[in-house]
Design a binder for this molecule. Structure first.
Ligand SMILES: [Fe+2]
Ligand SMILES: [Fe+2]
Length: 197
C-alpha cells in the first residue's frame, strides 16, 4: 500500500503547514513504535495511519457532524457534544475513499480512536495514540520527558503514561476525562494488553 495518494491529498487539502509537519512526524513516530512493539504488523501501516490521522482536523464542527450523520458513522456522546473529536472517525472513513482500495480494518480502527483512545483500538491504534502525543515536534514535552516515555518497556506501559499525563492535563484545566479514555485507563491499570488488531 503506498501513500502517494494520501500525500497528494494532504498537500492539496490541509492548509496549515505546521499540521502537515505534525502528520509526517506522527507517521514516522508511529512507524517506529510499530517496528519496536508490534511485530505482527507491517511498520508501513504505522506510517500510513500517522500520516492520515488528522487529515480532517481543520474541518468545522458542523461539517464533521454532518459528514458523520450522512455516512451513518456511530458517534459517542462526547463526540456529539464536542464535534472537533469527530476528526478521527471522519479521517478513518475518508481513508478508503481517497486510496480507492481496501485497507485493513486495523488502520481504520486506529485512526477512528486516536482522539479519545479506546480499549478496542488495537496495538496499531495504541502506537498511533502514543505517537500523536510524543512525536518530536510536540513542544509541551522536554527532550528528557520524551526520552523517559520512550524508555518504557511495553506499549501498554507507554500508553498508560500518556493517558496519565492527559489526565493531569485535564485536571489542571478542570475538565473531565471522556468515558472511552477513562475505560482505557482502567484497562491499562488492570494490566490488560491490547489485541493485535
Ligand atoms: Fe487528532
Ligand atoms: Fe494529531
Amino acid at each position: 500500500m503506498d501513500c502517494i495518494k494520501l500525500e497528494q491529498y494532504i498537500a492539496s487539502y490541509v492548509g496549515d503547514k505546521q499540521r502537515i509537519r505534525h502528520l509526517y512526524a506522527t507517521a514516522w513516530q508511529t512507524k517506529e513504535l510499530v517496528d519496536r512493539f508490534v511485530p505482527s504488523i507491517d511498520p508501513e501501516m504505522g506510517y500510513l495511519v500517522g500520516l492520515w490521522h488528522d487529515v480532517a482536523r481543520e474541518w468545522e464542527d458542523d461539517a464533521l457532524l454532518a459528514f458523520c450523520e450522512t455516512h451513518a458513522i456511530a458517534m459517542k456522546e462526547e463526540e456529539r457534544k464536542y464535534p472537533l473529536l469527530l476528526h478521527g472517525p471522519v479521517a478513518a472513513y475518508l481513508l478508503e475513499e481517497v486510496l480507492l482500495e481496501k485497507v485493513p480494518l486495523a488502520c481504520q480502527v486506529a485512526i477512528r480512536w486516536h482522539t479519545l483512545g479506546s480499549t478496542t483500538m488495537g496495538r496499531l491504534g495504541a502506537a498511533l495514540y502514543i505517537a500523536d502525543y510524543v512525536e518530536p515536534l510536540r513542544n509541551y514535552l522536554t527532550l528528557q520527558q520524551r526520552q523517559e516515555l520512550l524508555a518504557k518497556d511495553s506499549l501498554e506501559q507507554l500508553c498508560l503514561q500518556v493517558v496519565l499525563n492527559h489526565k493531569d492535563h485535564l485536571r489542571d484545566r478542570g475538565k473531565k476525562m471522556a468515558t472511552s479514555t477513562s475505560a482505557l485507563l482502567d484497562f491499562l491499570e488492570m494490566g490488560e494488553e491490547f489485541p493485535d488488531a
